[in-house]
Design a protein around this ligand. Structure first.
Ligand code: ADP
Ligand code: MG
Ligand code: MG
Ligand code: MG
Ligand code: MG
Ligand code: MG
Length: 681
């Protein structure tokens, strides 16, 4: 979520009148940034993570685990503590920052200042994450725990799932059958976003997840916990009139998706061209890491046949009108575009100006605003970037504050960010904020948050090293966007990490690299004469042989990829394809790293390798197994209040290292917050 400007948000009927105003000025603002910063170069690697938590209140008598709605108080407290902390901080340490999130039970934390490319910083990530978790933990009530857990299993289920109890009848912004108004961050932005999405769309959001069919699951499964006959809001009839599908878990509110927790990473690039190359390089990685980090198999009290949150969030903010969704002819609906995807979805366009980026890879229908596109071209933006921006700008701004409609476009980027930051894609290309020292950045957004900071650090370390390998070797991961989209769908299926097949490129080396010509898998270019002390950001522009264009275009695109398992994609296939971990290890060979530090890095990469080869379970599978082995489970897909309680107790115990989970974590995981004491059972 972007910065929380204060003000009076306009209801949809008012806000929509300013849509063109926001778009026009948003583009002006982008052009100002572009003019000033298009040639900026030489930025060092700075990077950081975002970790989201849900605060769970345990009731050990009732055996219930509930979401604690104390976000406002908790953030206030953390804010004042953080202000006080750094009187005694070492010079190079800034206190972490805590941010609000959509759910009133959620917190987000980021490091106080971004990590640099130093190996020391790389190895500090886990400690940094743990420090943040410990800070939160210390300032909660004794029965509250901040869990890094992707989706709350009984969110929207019968009974009490929030502390305090709130009645869904009062859900004035979502009109949900299941989630009370109080689930949402009370800051005006969030209820307005919720209500405006529903109003623009013309109905409640609609998500149907296939239920996991177990031995005793009734077939067809008609969910008895849906209040089918409720009659409070006009939309109450949607469920009974077809929105809720048989054999599915029906969700009807933004909170189901935006109430999920994830792990995001942002990397600063040397310059805009590198940012575009890194962005493209990471696009095909999005679905692979979604599958590997899958952690959300339970929804509204039922086991689902999916492992991930992604489609739930996509559906939960899908503000497209029936015309945009293709349910009505555009001529009738008055909409400007047929729009294939929600504003929260996978990336639609590769944007690098690198010659590896063949036009054929952008092979899906991508509507874009032609007037904006032309305006960008006229102002010197190239076609690829212009199309990217003009595509983001087909969306309407959803929340407009009366006080900030008129802005100074030479110093503000608020209107630009209004559209940009409500296009929630797997990757985000982030221009420098005006008036800041920050450069061009790329954000990697697909991963689900992991139970422990050891795992969160492991995935962060893996992705930052992979991003270096992409830049250092000029790796070519290009696979048509339609296949990446297909991979996104496959990544969410149950047990995709072990059983899924994903389209991936067979030859990832650019023309002229020694590995490509010799067929050896690593290292790609041989280690440099002098090993580097840190993760570099600026590399010489890739030099390609004279016939590069011919060799890049030698084969039909369809011959460039094949279907592979996650194990093959990560750990390699034959001698030709070293796997993403092979590439990362090659890159590590170019660095001068002390043995002890290298061992630590290998522990992180070892977790990723073992998740990929199936010798360790994903969180999703572990959670599913826990439920299925629970004495209260009746093989009917139902995750009861008691199972939920025991599961979340177990999750906390795993995090602290007091409960062993050898099928989830390697034996060297020793626990994060042992000293914090148990929740008092
Ligand atoms: P958003 O919610 O818009 O994605 P946040 O502010 O929550 O962004 O998180 C941004 C992340 O980027 C943090 O981890 C922060 O440490 C990191 N970061 C800050 N400055 C830079 C920079 N110059 N380059 C790269 N990352 C940065
Ligand atoms: Mg967030
Ligand atoms: Mg954030
Ligand atoms: Mg933010
Ligand atoms: Mg983010
Ligand atoms: Mg999709």
């Amino acid at each position: 979520m972007g910065l929380l400007a204060l003000g009076t948000p306009l209801p949809w009927d008012e806000a929509k009148k300013y849509a063109d105003h926001v778009r026009t000025h948003g583009i002006t603002q982008f052009l100002h940034i572009w003019e000033r910063l298009k040639d900026r170069s030489g930025d060092e690697l700075l990077w950081g993570d975002e970790i989201e938590y849900m605060v769970v209140a345990f009731d050990n008598e009732e055996k219930n685990a509930k979401l604690s709605l104390r976000q406002t108080e908790i953030l206030q407290k953390l804010g004042s503590i953080v202000d006080g902390i750094c009187s005694d901080c070492p010079d190079n340490v800034s206190p972490p920052t805590f941010h609000p999130e959509y759910g009133r039970y959620m917190l987000e934390s980021t490091p106080g200042s971004p990590y640099t490319g130093s190996i020391q910083d790389l190895l500090s990530v886990e400690g940094n994450m743990r420090y943040r978790r410990t800070l939160v933990r210390k300032h909660l009530k004794p029965n509250e725990i901040p869990l890094t857990f992707t989706s709350f299993p009984r969110l929207g289920a019968p009974g009490q799932f929030t502390e305090p109890y709130c009645d869904p009848a009062g859900a004035t912004s979502s009109h949900s059958l299941f989630l009370p108004e109080e689930i949402t961050n009370p800051h005006a932005r969030f209820p307005t976003l919720t209500a405006n999405i529903r109003t623009r769309r013309g109905s409640k959001v609609t998500i149907n997840l296939p239920v996991y069919v177990d031995k005793n699951t009734p077939r067809p499964f008609i969910d008895p916990t849906i209040p089918w006959d409720r009659d409070i809001y006009p939309e109450d009839r949607e469920a009974r009139e077809g929105a809720a599908l048989p054999d599915h878990i029906y969700l009807d509110a933004m909170g189901f998706g935006m109430g999920c927790c994830c792990l995001q990473l942002t990397f600063q690039a040397c310059n805009v061209s590198d940012a575009r190359r890194m962005y493209d390089g990471l696009i095909p990685i999005g679905p692979i890491l979604l599958a590997l980090t899958g952690a959300s198999p339970i929804w509204r009290g039922y086991l689902a046949d999916v492992d991930c949150r992604w489609n739930v969030i996509a559906g939960s903010v899908d503000d497209r009108t029936p015309g945009e969704r293709g349910l009505k002819p555009l001529s009738e609906s008055g909409d400007r575009f047929r729009i294939p995807k929600s504003r929260y979805d996978s990336v639609d366009l590769y944007i690098s100006d690198n010659i590896l980026n063949r036009p054929e890879y952008n092979d899906t229908y991508v509507p874009y605003d032609e007037a904006i596109y032309d305006r960008l071209l006229k102002n010197g933006i190239d076609k690829l970037l212009a199309k990217h921006i003009a595509h983001l700008f087909i969306r309407d701004p959803l929340v407009i504050f009366a006080e900030t409609i008129d802005q100074d476009d030479s110093v503000s980027s608020d209107h630009f960010e209004n559209i940009q930051s409500t296009n929630w894609q797997t990757l985000r290309f982030k221009p420098p904020p005006p008036g800041s020292p920050i450069g061009w950045r790329v954000e990697f957004r697909s991963m689900e948050v992991q139970i422990t900071d050891f795992e969160n650090a492991a995935f962060a370390v893996f992705v930052v090293l992979l991003s270096r390998a992409i830049m250092y070797y000029n790796l070519n991961f290009y696979t048509p966007i339609s296949k990446v989209d297909e991979n996104m769908a496959r990544a969410q299926q149950r047990d995709a990490a072990r059983q899924g097949r994903f389209f991936f490129r067979k030859n990832v080396y650019p023309p002229g690299s020694s590995a490509a010509s010799s067929g050896s898998s690593s290292p790609v270019d041989g280690a440099p004469a002098k090993k580097e002390k840190k993760l570099r950001n600026c590399f010489d522009p890739p030099v390609l042989p004279a016939d590069a264009f011919e060799s890049i275009n030698a084969h039909a695109v369809e011959e460039e990829y094949e279907e592979m398992s996650i194990d093959e994609i990560m750990n390699g296939k034959g001698i030709e394809f070293p796997g993403l971990l092979g590439l990362v290890h090659s890159y590590l060979n170019t660095l001068d790293i002390e043995t002890e530090d290298m061992n630590k890095i290998h522990q992180y990469l070892g977790l990723v390798r073992r998740r990929a080869d199936g010798s360790l379970l994903t969180a999703a599978t572990w959670i599913r197994n826990f439920v299925q082995a629970h004495p209260d489970y009746k093989q009917d897909s139902v995750v009861s209040q008691e199972i939920n309680y025991d599961l979340l107790v177990a999750i906390d115990e795993i995090e602290r290292g007091v409960r062993k989970a050898p099928d989830l974590l390697p034996e060297y995981y020793k626990g994060g917050n042992k000293d914090e004491g148990s929740i008092g059972i």
